[in-house]
Design a protein around this ligand. Structure first.
Ligand code: IPE
Ligand code: IPE
Ligand code: MG
Length: 232
């Protein structure tokens, strides 16, 4: 379909608009989250089909705790049930599942299944599918700085390349393109270090409506972009 160089290696998604999708239908917000799973499925399938090596999904931000407790709990149990249900199939398709974000604050039952799925799929060589759960970009950077200070590294020797090794997401290449659905045009604390040269793609589509065609539209748009990284 396209030369390798014009295909993104890492697409990161800010899955937004679940609540609006539900409200528009007179449904409770949580129904939008449930429907959002369909879009995740579509994206994972498309990524496998087009051989995109890395997909990252912003699933719960460190700021999403401000939401009503009932919605937060619903989201965590949805994640837990789905991970349990999908683990075998993801594994069968050689998907390597990873998580970034601050785990200790999550319910034990969710932490357990996250660990299980990660261990089950860690040797897989297909798509790396990363869920950002209780993730905040500033928190990730802060944790990296704390680790560096604890090690007592000399300040002079610290380069961008060594710094990134301390980030929780160090196993990920920088995102080539960040997609945000539902019309909002902001990062909301997502991958702020890694996004420094990312392309941005904003669509009015609400996340639950995002499908394979939309995924293809992202690939097509990416091909059109001229990335210069400060050069000519
Ligand atoms: C994104 O949809 C899902 C999460 C942030 C967990 P929202 O729940 O933010 O949907 P809107 O923005 O209220 O429509
Ligand atoms: C960003 O969406 C977080 C996730 C998609 C998980 P939000 O809906 O929480 O972001 P804001 O509040 O509109 O910036
Ligand atoms: Mg939102």
């Amino acid at each position: 379909m396209k030369p390798e160089a014009e295909k993104p290696a890492h697409i990161a998604f800010i899955m937004d608009g679940n609540g609006r999708w539900a409200s528009q239908r007179g449904l409770p917000r949580v129904m939008g989250h449930r429907q959002g799973l369909k879009a995740i499925r579509a994206v994972v399938e498309a990524a496998r089909e087009y051989e995109i090596p890395f997909i990252t999904l912003y699933s719960f931000s460190s700021e999403n705790w401000k939401r009503p407790r009932s919605e937060v709990q619903f989201l965590f149990s949805l994640m837990r049930e789905r991970l349990k249900r999908e683990a075998a199939e993801l594994h069968r398709h050689q998907v390597r599942v990873k998580f970034i974000g601050f785990r200790p604050a999550l319910p034990d039952s969710l932490q357990r299944i996250m660990k299980e799925v990660e261990t089950l799929t860690e040797k897989n060589t297909g798509l790396t599918l990363t869920f950002a759960i209780n993730y905040g970009g500033r928190q990730e950077i802060l944790e990296a700085v704390q680790k560096i200070l604890k090690e007592g590294r000399p300040a002079g020797g610290l380069t961008e390349a060594t710094f990134r090794c301390y980030l929780q997401s160090s196993f990920l290449p920088d995102p080539d393109i960040i997609v945000r659905t539902a019309g909002e045009q902001r990062l909301s604390n997502f991958l702020i270090w890694q996004a420094s040269y990312a392309e941005f793609y904003f669509t009015e589509k609400l996340w639950p409506d995002f499908d394979q065609k939309d995924f293809l539209a992202v690939l097509k748009e990416y091909r059109r972009r001229r990335r210069k990284f400060g050069g000519l």
